[in-house]
Design a binder for this molecule. Structure first.
Ligand SMILES: Nc1ncnc2c1ncn2[C@@H]1O[C@H](COP(=O)(O)OP(=O)(O)O)[C@@H](O)[C@H]1O
Ligand SMILES: N[C@@H](CCC(=O)OP(=O)(O)O)C(=O)O
Length: 374
């Protein structure tokens, strides 16, 4: 079936909207746009689809409300401004969705909520329960508590992770350009829109530039990262201009709107998605070329004998990045030893490792707990 045609059947749709589309340059909410967005989402819900909204704009709206000239630089100020803006956003969504008889639920997440598998599954179950009740979850990063170590930093990645954990059928990123262009259309008048991207290759990545807007985060770079995460989770993604008339119904009617990023046929199963995207790496294992080949080409587990260096401080069961000696990460997985133990047995054959630790020794990272880049 044509890739666009297949979008018609999407049952659960995650829509992410960026700051620049939700707020005016003053930081005040763009009410006309919010009304349009809510109307289109409500119409999708009326078609019997489940909709999830990932909405940025808390910092932008907070700036507008407090009459600040620019984005605050310090973390506490940014957190305070987000707390003000998030309230405004949800109040407006509640009012607008209520006009169409829909109930909204505010869901604020941080990266930390996904690190622990139990919390990850709890978040998923809560979101699925909301959808079962016919509620529209309105999700944002919990900016008021998220500091660097536990933040996503951009809602493009957050929306892809949300789509992945609830097993959505489509992710739509609404922004202020008509999709991915051959160059940044804000800077180059000759830039051409790409209609379909089969796979995010290094050439495609090269097209993506930063944002030109001071209130936005990430530009096309983070949108392509989201696309990669979605594709590997088996979910197609569309980037489109949120201001275009009827943009959401047209995408779901299979029209040639925005840029469609196709899903991979071979995608990761749920637990491996959590290993690949839900977790932050607690440490790094630098491995030799033999180990790299065994992992990438022969689908093997990582043995202590292939480890050259152990970096960072981690506990057994935590997620570590696996890198070659040039520092290229090519896999990640849950480690069977803590960092102190691995320091003592790195480079040793299994029998020798057992002698050193005085217990039976096995793989450093078992294949079942590992995801390799493909
Ligand atoms: N190749 C490209 N195609 C389209 N937009 C691009 C490209 N490279 C960079 N951009 C920039 O990405 C911006 C959209 O990202 P961003 O400002 O972060 O929006 P949002 O707030 O919707 O997340 C565009 O306004 C544009 O300036
Ligand atoms: N969580 C932040 C938005 C972060 C973000 O990704 O912004 P954007 O690039 O405008 O989607 C906020 O609500 O202000």
């Amino acid at each position: 079936m044509d890739q666009r045609e297949s979008l018609k059947k999407a049952q659960t749709v995650v829509v992410k909207v960026g700051t620049r589309t939700l707020t005016h340059a003053t930081g005040k909410l763009n009410l006309r746009y919010m009304e349009k967005l809510v109307r289109e989402l409500a119409d999708l819900a009326n078609q019997g689809r489940h909709v999830v909204l990932v909405s940025s704009g808390a910092v932008g709206a907070g700036i507008g409300k407090l009459g600040l000239e620019q984005k605050p630089q310090s973390i506490p100020e940014k957190q305070a401004v987000a707390a003000v803006g998030q309230g405004l956003l949800i109040q407006m969504y509640e009012k607008l969705f209520a006009e169409y008889g829909l109930v909204v639920a505010q869901v604020l997440l941080t990266r930390d909520d996904f690190n622990d598998r139990k919390r990850y599954l709890n978040s998923r179950n809560a979101l699925l329960a909301l959808l079962k009740f016919g509620v529209v979850p309105v999700i944002n990063e919990n900016d008021t508590v998220a500091v660097e170590e536990i933040e996503f930093g951009d809602n493009d990645s957050l929306s892809a992770l949300v789509a992945s954990i609830i097993g959505a059928d489509l992710l739509v990123l609404l922004t202020d350009t008509g999709g991915l262009y051959s160059a940044n259309p804000k800077l180059d008048d000759n830039a051409q829109r790409l209609s379909v991207v089969e796979q995010i290759t290094p050439e495609i990545r090269q097209l993506a530039g930063e944002t030109c807007e001071s209130l936005a985060t990430g530009g096309m770079v983070t949108k392509l990262m989201a696309g990669e995460m979605a594709a590997k989770s088996g979910i197609p993604m569309v980037i489109a201009n949120g201001s275009e008339a009827d943009v959401l119904p047209r995408i779901l009617d299979g029209e040639d709107v925005g840029t469609l990023f196709c899903a991979r046929d071979k995608c990761l199963e749920s637990r491996k998605r959590w290993i690949a995207y839900g977790q932050t790496a607690h440490g790094r294992l630098i491995v030799d070329s033999g180990a790299k080949k065994a992992l990438l080409e022969y689908g093997k587990s990582l043995l202590p004998s292939g480890i050259l260096e152990v970096m960072g401080d981690f506990e057994q069961g935590e997620m570590v990045a696996i890198e070659d000696h040039c520092g290229n990460e090519f896999a990640r997985g849950l480690v069977n030893y803590n960092s102190g133990e691995l320091q003592r047995i790195k480079g040793l054959r299994t029998e020798k490792a057992a002698e050193v630790l005085q217990r039976t020794c096995s793989e450093a990272v078992h294949r079942n707990n590992m995801v390799v880049n493909s």
